[in-house]
Ligand binder design. Structure first.
Ligand code: PXP
Length: 247
């Protein structure tokens, strides 16, 4: 069964708007787990615009499933990962001005430093994933630099202007998943997935984990986090309103 990992960055974003203590992403993570989340994701940004070091340290202590730390490939954050020891590190490209992670990593251009840091994490017992576009060259390069896993970027699929463009993106993602699995890589997918667009992925095999944040936290504001997580988990497992969908 595919797994759902919930990104709680946006809970921290709301907290940071007042610079206070609430809402607490750690409390959100506990509720998400109780509702059936199989993992918790946070992106510790270099500018600490939402998740803080304190959040990550507490999450490491209280999360009972798995902590996936999204981060840039930079020395300071690598040291933080080595200290906290998440269950998975996902390397993402990071630009200070961006609203959210924009494109996938260019693994080829950062080959040497990625290889070095993946090895460093591996020695500490931490597996690495690379957030990449559905591009055969990036999948191949991910294997070559020693990644254990890739997360295929679904943003272009989510933002496709029409059905035809969306189908094209879906097929590219499906191909990238097959290629990654053939190379022995674990596969996660994420970015822009929501309650309306996630279901087609349940027809594909080889996806280990769905990484979803914005749509779940947005829905939680209106219906509550427990329900928002439970409903998304049902969708990724092919259930609609409690009934399993025919494939
Ligand atoms: N995967 C990665 C690598 C991301 O950077 C993000 C956004 O933080 C997500 C998944 C989740 O995307 P969304 O918030 O659109 O569900």
């Amino acid at each position: 069964m595919p797994k759902l990992s919930v990104n709680v960055d946006h809970v921290a974003t709301l907290r940071q708007t007042r610079g206070g203590k609430q809402p607490d992403p750690v409390a959100a993570a506990i509720i998400a787990e109780l509702a059936g989340a199989d993992g918790i994701i946070v992106h510790l940004r270099e500018d600490r615009r939402h998740i803080q070091d304190r959040d990550l340290e507490l999450l490491r202590q209280v999360v009972k499933t798995r902590v996936n730390l999204e981060m840039a490939n930079t020395e300071g954050i690598i040291q933080m990962a080595l200290k906290v020891k998440p269950d998975l590190v996902t390397f993402v490209p990071e630009r200070r001005q961006e609203l959210t992670t924009e494109g996938g990593l260019d693994v080829q251009s950062h080959r040497t430093s990625l290889q070095k840091n993946i090895q460093k994490l591996k020695k500490a017992g931490i597996p690495s994933s690379l957030f990449i576009d559905a591009d055969p060259l990036q999948v191949k390069a991910s294997k070559q630099v020693g990644a254990d896993c890739v997360e295929i970027h679904t943003g272009k699929y989510a933002d496709a202007p029409d059905g035809q463009a969306r189908r094209k993106e879906f097929l590219r993602i499906a191909q990238a998943i097959r290629q990654a699995r053939r190379l022995g890589l674990r596969v996660n997918i994420g970015h822009g997935l929501d309650y309306q667009n996630v279901s087609p992925f349940t027809t594909l095999s080889g996806i280990e984990d769905y990484s979803i944040g914005h749509s779940i936290i947005s829905r939680a504001v209106l219906v509550g986090l427990e329900r928002a997580v439970r409903e998304m988990k049902q969708l990724i497992q092919g259930f609609h309103c409690g009934e399993r969908q025919e494939r």
